[in-house]
Ligand binder design. Structure first.
Ligand code: GRF
Length: 201
């Protein structure tokens, strides 16, 4: 049916987030103007996360779940029922279980606020990362966009961009520079990926 195949040519993105959601907002806004893909769901594991308000304000349905839902396959079934093509992690703090990784091969991506493989792994999120980068005396930091596997921050790298670490930087000032880099690049990298995907059957 012509109408139906037209609908399926619009790729369906789900964002998973745990925090403020500034990257989620940029992604939603970017794809609101796109004919090829839409953010159709914001999944969140934290009832008080700012991302829920942002999703509401932008008219994107949200889905609140807990750690057990993620582990026992409930989240996976929800994403499959919605025929999600690409899962985009944007400040999502939980480990993605192997079953979910396997259900979405090369269809889950994450953004990390440092130049992996340095400054990644369990506990390396938010200001912990920027604090460690400054404490190590690095002169450069940046962002890494990568496929997700069942280990924290270890999937294949898709994109990196760098920025300087300046004398006198605090975790706050470095975080602001990194966020600007994330907002500038994440939507475009996700768009390139989603365009190249074959449609989900
Ligand atoms: C970003 O720095 C991202 O790299 C990391 O978590 C942060 C989320 O920020 N994974 P926000 O919630 O998108 O503002």
């Amino acid at each position: 049916m012509a109408g139906r195949s037209h609908l399926r040519s619009v790729k369906r993105i789900a964002i998973l987030a745990s925090g403020s959601g500034s990257n989620a907002q940029r992604l939603i806004e970017h794809f609101a103007g796109s004919a090829g893909a839409q953010v159709v769901l914001v999944g969140c594991d934290q009832p008080a996360a700012g991302v829920l308000q942002r999703a509401w304000d932008l008219g994107v349905p949200s889905y609140l779940f807990n750690a057990a839902d993620l582990r026992n396959g409930t989240v996976q079934r929800e994403l499959q029922a919605l025929r999600i093509d690409l899962v985009v992690l944007a400040g999502f703090l939980r480990l993605i279980p192997a079953d979910l990784v396997n259900a979405f091969p090369e269809r889950i991506v994450n953004i990390h606020p440092a130049l992996l493989p340095k400054f990644g792994g369990k506990g390396m999120y938010g200001h912990n990362v920027h604090h460690a980068v400054i404490a190590a005396g690095e002169q450069e930091s940046g962002i890494t966009i990568h496929y997700v596997n069942e280990r924290y921050d270890e999937g294949e790298h898709l994109f990196q961009a760098t920025c300087p670490v300046l004398p006198g930087d605090t975790p706050d000032t470095l975080a602001a520079r990194i966020h600007a880099l994330e907002h500038a690049h994440y939507p475009a990298v996700v768009e390139k990926l989603v365009r190249a995907l074959p449609p989900t059957p």
